[in-house]
Design a protein around this ligand. Structure first.
Ligand code: LMR
Length: 331
């Protein structure tokens, strides 16, 4: 009797005719990232959690793990693919194992400013890249801005020759390695969580970051100079596990899609201002001199770094590079 009851129960579950207690449990979205809460990405993750829990109460719960507290660089992508987390937003520099096309964003001096980056991301080519890794079970939901990168070091960097021989921390990106080799510096790949200590102990002498990452990780306390080079961009792709996302009930997924659009607009509206305020905070802390380049000095950095494009043009695709360059002209 007991045995036949249990068979009936199992069959009913398999057919979906009986709702076990856990079927009513909310879907959990673990959102892991490597930066602080007070950064564009950190704020975006928290706003996403707030809106989801307001609008999908009881249906979806979002757990945000900032500052590499759950998974750091190198591990977060693997965790997404294994289903240990459901959303992450790695910097565009961290996708080269999955697609070479996104190396585009690391090319030095490609975009004039964040407005140009934004125009490209919204173009058909930019939007196409969001869907370029679905065969690998990665769906891009949106681009989130952080901002333009600045060089930092313990010596003033005015012209490329000043960087010669220095060790610079880079993200896991072959383009960024080549960028520093182009000015005869020594790039060293290092996860984000290790950068502060790396700079403090002299394992590396310099780095490249937007102001929000410099300030929120207190890097300015261990870097005497920042050169406002705006030589490249550090932006993110908000991604999810394709199978997880497609397996969500349609009405839940469509509400989540709407929330992503809303959060993206907010993050991208506020990112530049957040970086400006963090620049001001660094100036107020008086730990670090901010060097503003003359147009001629900036031209020297561009001339030294731009040959890197040639090395990656084949992998990225010349048409994509042209589309990105076209975005420098405001329509
Ligand atoms: C870095 O490693 O420098 C950045 O990608 C960190 C981040 O997520 O902003």
């Amino acid at each position: 009797m007991l045995k036949s009851l249990s068979i009936v129960f199992t069959c009913a579950l398999a057919l979906g005719t009986l709702s076990p207690a856990y079927a009513a449990d909310p879907v959990i979205i673990k959102f892991s990232h490597v930066v602080a809460d007070q950064t564009p990405k950190g704020q975006g993750a928290l706003l996403f959690k707030k809106l989801v829990e307001e609008r999908l109460t009881g249906k979806v719960k979002v757990e945000v793990y900032p500052n590499s507290s759950l998974f750091g660089d190198g591990k977060e992508m693997e965790a997404l693919l294994l289903g240990d987390v459901q959303m992450i937003a790695p910097s565009l520099a961290k996708f080269e194992q999955y697609t070479k096309s996104l190396q585009l964003f690391d090319l030095p001096f490609l975009f004039n400013d964040i407005a140009a980056v934004n125009r490209f991301q919204l173009s058909p080519q930019g939007q196409g890249l969001l869907k370029s890794m679905e065969s690998k079970n990665i769906t891009g939901l949106a681009y989130w801005h952080n901002g333009m990168k600045q060089l930092s070091a313990n010596k003033p960097l005015q012209v490329p020759a000043d960087a010669r021989g220095l060790k610079f921390r880079v993200q896991a990106s072959a383009v960024l390695e080549e960028q520093f080799k182009a000015v005869r510096a020594n790039p060293r790949k290092m996860s984000f969580a290790e950068v502060y200590q790396g700079l403090q102990t002299g394992v590396v002498n310099g780095a490249e970051n937007p102001y929000s990452n410099i300030y929120s990780q207190k890097m300015h306390e261990v870097q005497k100079y920042i050169t406002e080079s705006n030589h490249g961009v550090l932006d993110y792709m908000l991604i999810t596990n394709t199978r997880f996302w497609n397996g969500l009930p349609a009405e839940v997924r469509s509400e989540l899609d709407k929330i992503v659009v809303e959060v993206t607009a907010q993050v991208n509206k506020e990112a530049e201002q957040l970086n400006d305020s963090d620049k001001q905070r660094i100036l107020t802390a008086k730990t670090t001199e901010i060097i503003v380049l003359t147009p001629e000095q900036r031209e020297q950095w561009r001339d030294a770094m731009k040959p890197v494009w040639k090395k990656f043009e084949g992998d990225i695709g010349p048409e994509l590079i042209q589309a990105a360059e076209a975005a420098n002209k405001a329509q």
